[in-house]
Unconditional design. Sequence first.
Length: 268
Amino acid sequence: MLIVTDGAVDVPDTLIGSAVLRRVPGEVWAGEAPFRGGIDEFWAQLRKGEYPSTTPPTVNALTQAYQHPDLVIALHVSGQLSATMLRAEEAAARAGPGVVVVDTRSLSVGAGLIVAAVCRASESPNAPESLIDFARSLPERLHTFALVQELESLRRSDRSGLLPTAHLARNHPLVLAVRGRVVALAQPKHRSGAVGELAKHVGRSAGAKPGAWALGHGDATDVDAVVDELTHAIGKPPAFFTRLDPTVGAHLGPESVVVGAVSESIDV
């Protein structure tokens, strides 16, 4: 079988290059030209206030990625946050009946936890009887939160739908929940308070027996301290953490943090 995802989904480094996984990137644009720099250059530009735009993977690119003789499970960024799901459904119709498209209702490492769990299950001798049912069940167990340090990152991005409609202070960090759509949870005055709010919400959502959690960050200078605080709140270390892909980073900005947590036991 084959699992396909997109650039707005951050997966563990251990899955990069895996034969069972294909990742279809979107495009990041610097003005009228595609951005071709490395990840360090990308974050350096954002810190200068040079924000690129992004576009989802094309239908043709997804259709090509879905070409496989066996079952294909396509796990994509929330359809309420990106046009990727609509394009994925069109691509699946072109590719044939062997493609199942699942909306993770999340993004970044939240969706990445789902991808990792399905990949592990597909390779396990104790795999669930139906990998499709397993994949479809995971979004209901997933809780994703984000901390946006600079609200202008959202305002400047071309994805204005990410920004909640509630009144927001311009210069305060914002804590969000991602459950298909984005919901504002809190806006403390300082980062320490925002990290505390993030830890509180993730800890509550993970439950008494958290399955796994992961963290993506916008080149955050305090990432080690954030990981430590969340580890204490959740009761276990992250399954993985990574810098955000530019597809997500272009919207959330420098110093942002995304955390995904899956309730109940799970192999990531």
